[in-house]
Design a protein around this ligand. Structure first.
Ligand code: FEO
Ligand code: CA
Ligand code: CA
Ligand code: CA
Length: 741
């Protein structure tokens, strides 16, 4: 499962998944077919252009391609200094394009920028669309007065809510004009304003760098767009039949198929016709996730407002937002100032992250996405109609009619797509095949879900409900709508493979799909399939994988596929490639792969004084995330002399995650979002720094001690002493402004 370099090369030359690793020959030449059809046409000057064109930055551990001896590695890595800076190879520099609090249209640049899409219009002008995913409550509350220049009643509301206990306050039920309700509305308005989408116009200046040039397209779509203005979002597909219901088992907001706002906007994708697809991920933190069998929502009271020094949850409660209207894919045309977004419900409702879209002339659209939860699935939508011109904006209509499928991965490297329709038979996986030994299933007739733990509970479930149509209720279209609204639980019910927190799906030029699975540990939501997602020692694996999936006959509408793990996270000595927790992946215009990591903020740079616990037993590998240092941006050449090696391109500032990498068309600018700097420690105070001890390994597995300097909190991007950390979007350039790739 863990591909070393020579096997990686063979994989690229063969077909994904069709090669059993045990049959890999020991010797592989370098004359493999390149992975991308695009690169196949541009190999003439390969020897000149294949070289990795930067000097990698130095991370905290030796990588698998480290040519040095163990003693030289120990010498080089015995001390390591983490920097509160976006660290790039010396041939590179960056400029901040926009930061939290900057003006955007009639509003402001939001918090925790994630996906970036740059759609270039006429020469030298383009629209940068930015997802603003969530607010990091502790740091947001600490820095809000300084950055936004206003105050909010955090302390008073925290004290009042504490009186309601741990469950929070159902602010929705308070009478209008109640002083506490008014204060909660103030806080939630500001929190939701900092989430959603933003469009800013950029122009290439005389230096060749991108700068803001505000236009009428500059605008924000926030978590409360449409609440007190006319800019509600639209919706398409079968769930609109549920939204339009005036009576049902659960909560109905009375807005029909119009929707207030978008939030939790994590990763996304850009269509060939120039629109942006934005993925609503952790909506369940703000509105209730569970629905009734008719697809209507649990009432707002099930997700009350809660605030303490590090939490700000249930932000939709006070406004009575309907839970079934969040967790979708939003399409927006950045160039149309009047477009505030459309939620396409055929694409399913789950903790969406990632978008891969394949639109080829004469074929249906294939849209891929993943659900970032432990045990979440990979999904594919196939449109009913075919594409006539991939660049035609009318293609948006194709997303309004088709079928949604969920992936079933077989251990032999094959797989199938299971339709999520009323006729599909129920056939959940046995909990014994899942790390954590449980699976959450729909729970008719009361709605919500139940935790199934034994073989008998699965047997009983299949006897009670034979098809998805036995679980969900309403007319045929309403049933289909309810299935799409409850997609994760419906997919569990039909035996879709529980996966390892899929974070990104990216289509390569040859039509294959790259998938980043960020972490394979089980949790309260479920866990991944033990037969697919396992470490070399057959255990759950914290540090993730990158998978490549190839459709049968390479057809977008295929219902069968093959798959292969390409690279695994983890320490080189343990078979990993030296990164941890892959998140967004990106293919550049030469078909090479870029990837950012998402090590949890609370685990980054956590000390490893020893690899043994007090009783002399080896510490669980999943508790060693601290070894990997700050989150980072990696480059994996998929062709030429360097294919199969991993190169570290950038390290993020303290406690951040780098997200949304996106290249300009000419490959000379790389846009990156620096999300949640200072998320754990807030504003770095007076250069605060700690010295921490790590027991590290050389690439061959020899243990050594590293002394590491770790700044606490962040002052990025301003960099001045005690400056508040701000999420911001940067453009990265080579200093000579030549192409990056
Ligand atoms: Fe928002 Fe799953 O990262
Ligand atoms: Ca992500
Ligand atoms: Ca991507
Ligand atoms: Ca993530």
């Amino acid at each position: 499962m863990y591909l070393k370099r020579r096997n990686f090369l063979l994989l690229l030359g063969g077909s994904a998944g069709s090669i059993a690793l045990s049959t890999l020959p020991g010797c592989v030449g370098k004359q493999q077919n390149p992975v991308s059809t695009e690169s196949a046409t541009s190999t003439a000057s390969q020897s000149a252009t294949d070289a990795v064109r930067f000097r990698p930055v130095s991370g905290p551990m030796p990588l698998p391609n480290d040519p040095r001896s163990p003693s030289e590695q120990i010498q080089a890595y015995q001390s390591y200094e983490v920097l509160d800076e976006l660290v790039l190879p010396e041939e590179f520099e960056y400029e901040v394009i926009g930061a939290w609090g900057d003006t955007v249209g009639n509003s402001r640049f939001g918090y925790n920028n994630d996906y970036l899409s740059f759609v270039e219009a006429e020469d030298g002008v383009g629209y940068l669309t930015i997802n603003f995913e969530y607010i990091s409550a502790r740091t947001w509350m600490q820095t809000y007065p300084q950055v936004i220049g206003k105050s909010l009643p955090f302390a008073e509301v925290t004290a009042a809510v504490a009186k309601s206990g741990k469950s929070g306050t159902n602010a929705n039920a308070l009478p209008d004009g109640d002083p506490l309700k008014t204060q909660i509305q103030q806080i939630c308005t500001e929190a939701l304003l900092d989430q959603g989408l933003g469009v800013i116009t950029l122009r290439r200046d005389e230096r060749g760098k991108w700068v803001r040039q505000p236009s009428e397209a500059d605008r924000r779509v926030t978590g409360i767009s449409g609440l007190s203005d006319e800019f509600t979002l639209k919706s398409t597909g079968p769930a609109t039949a549920v939204f339009r219901k005036t009576q049902g088992r659960g909560y109905i907001d009375g807005l029909g198929d119009r929707i207030i706002g978008t939030f939790g906007n994590c990763a996304g994708g850009t269509t060939p016709w120039g629109t942006v697809l934005s993925a609503e991920e952790n909506f369940q933190a703000q509105v209730p996730e569970p629905v009734f069998p008719d697809g209507t929502s649990a009432p707002p009271s099930q997700m009350p407002f809660f605030i303490d020094e590090k939490t700000l949850a249930g932000q939709g409660n006070v406004f009575g937002l309907a839970g079934n209207k969040y967790g979708w894919i939003v399409e927006i045309d950045p160039s149309d100032p009047l477009d505030y977004g459309t939620k396409h419900t055929w694409l399913g409702r789950y903790r969406h992250e990632a978008v891969g879209i394949r639109a080829e002339t004469g074929k249906p659209i294939a849209f891929y996405s993943g659900c970032d939860r432990r045990g979440g699935h990979i999904y594919k939508f196939i449109s009913r109609q075919s594409v006539s011109d991939p660049r035609d904006k009318a293609n948006s209509q194709l997303l309004a009619d088709g079928i949604l499928y969920a992936a079933k991965f077989n251990p032999d490297g094959t797989g199938t797509w299971i339709p999520l329709t009323p006729k599909t038979p129920t056939d959940p996986d046995l909990p014994s095949n899942i790390w954590g030994n449980s699976i959450l299933l729909p729970s008719p007739p009361n709605g919500g879900y139940i935790k199934a733990e034994g073989e008998n509970s699965i047997k009983g479930f299949k006897e009670r409900v034979k098809t998805l149509g036995d679980i969900y209720t309403g007319t045929e279209i309403e049933k289909q709508g309810a299935i799409l609204i409850d997609a994760h639980y419906a997919a569990n019910a039909v035996g879709a493979t529980c996966a390892a927190r899929p974070e990104d799906t990216e289509i390569a030029p040859d039509g294959s799909l790259y998938i980043a699975f960020t972490s394979g540990m089980p949790g309260g939501d479920g866990g991944p399939d033990k037969r697919i997602f396992k470490s070399l020692t057959d255990e759950p694996h914290e540090y993730g994988w990158i998978m490549r999936l190839v459709e049968a006959e390479n057809e977008p509408a295929a219902l069968n596929f093959t798959w292969q793990m390409m690279a695994a996270g983890g320490e080189p000595a343990e078979g990993g490639w030296g990164f941890a927790n892959p998140d967004n992946v990106l293919l550049d215009n030469r078909g090479n792969l870029w990837m950012v990591t998402d090590i949890s903020t609370s685990k980054m740079n956590q000390e490893i004084p020893s690899r043994l616990d007090d009783s002399g037993k080896a510490i669980d590998r999943s508790k060693m995330s601290g070894a990997f240092g700050n989150n980072s941006l990696w480059y994996f050449p998929l062709q030429g002399e360097s294919a199969g090696d991993a190169y570290l391109f950038a390290l993020g500032p303290m406690e951040c995650e780098m997200t949304g990498p996106y290249f300009s068309q000419d490959g000379k600018s790389l846009f990156v979002a620096v999300q949640h700097p200072g998320e754990f420690g807030g504003t770095r105070q007076d250069g605060a720094i700690e010295t921490r001890k790590f027991e590290m390994l050389t690439d061959g597995g020899e243990a050594f001690r590293q002394t590491r300097q770790v700044p606490i909190g962040s002052n990025w991007p301003d960099g001045q002493n005690n400056a508040p950390p701000k999420p911001a979007v940067v453009a990265i350039y080579r200093r000579d402004l030549d192409s990056i790739v």
